[in-house]
Design a protein around this ligand. Structure first.
Ligand SMILES: Cc1cc2nc3c(=O)[nH]c(=O)nc-3n(C[C@H](O)[C@H](O)[C@H](O)COP(=O)(O)O)c2cc1C
Length: 133
């Protein structure tokens, strides 16, 4: 069956626009690599890009660690030269840290797209009060 330009078929076979837009960014193909702590680092994203997706979210970044410019966190927010848009997931429990980290990301142009993690029911995260859930 023929597919019109700019369209693709979803899992039910329905023709849908092939381009997802997030603000000014076209996510084409409309496939997103979900953020995975300890997994979606720059090397993993590069590997996945070879198979094609539209948006690759980096590892979860702690707002407080970013504000404090923790060395490991600064390393984790490194994007490859060709990565566009640069997508960063930010999480935190203190609104002041989240606000400050967001300002830092904007002021220092550290990312193009932000994914906010406001809660995760994972028991280890809850025990450490890492997330907002
Ligand atoms: C190892 C691992 C780490 C993950 N880390 C995060 C994370 O840091 N932030 C987040 O929002 N979700 C995290 N997730 C959840 C994934 O982003 C995703 O939402 C989940 O795997 C469900 O994906 P699916 O809907 O494609 O099945 C993680 C999942 C896995 C398996």
């Amino acid at each position: 069956m023929k597919i019109a330009a700019g369209q693709c078929r979803n899992l039910r076979g329905v023709s849908v626009p092939s381009t997802l837009k997030i603000g000014p960014f076209a996510v084409d193909p409309p496939v997103v690599l979900a953020p995975m702590a300890g997994i979606t680092n720059v090397a993993f994203r590069q590997l996945c890009r070879q198979y094609g997706a539209g948006l690759y979210v980096c590892e979860m970044i702690t707002a407080r660690a970013l504000v404090e410019r923790d060395a490991m966190t600064m390393h984790m927010i490194t994007f490859d030269e060709g990565e566009s848009p640069r997508s960063m997931q930010l999480y935190g429990v203190d609104p002041r840290n989240v606000g400050e980290a967001t300002k830092m990301i904007v002021d220092e142009n550290l990312a193009d797209h932000m994914d906010m993690n406001f809660g995760c029911p994972k028991s280890t995260h809850l025990q450490q009060s890492l997330l907002a859930a």
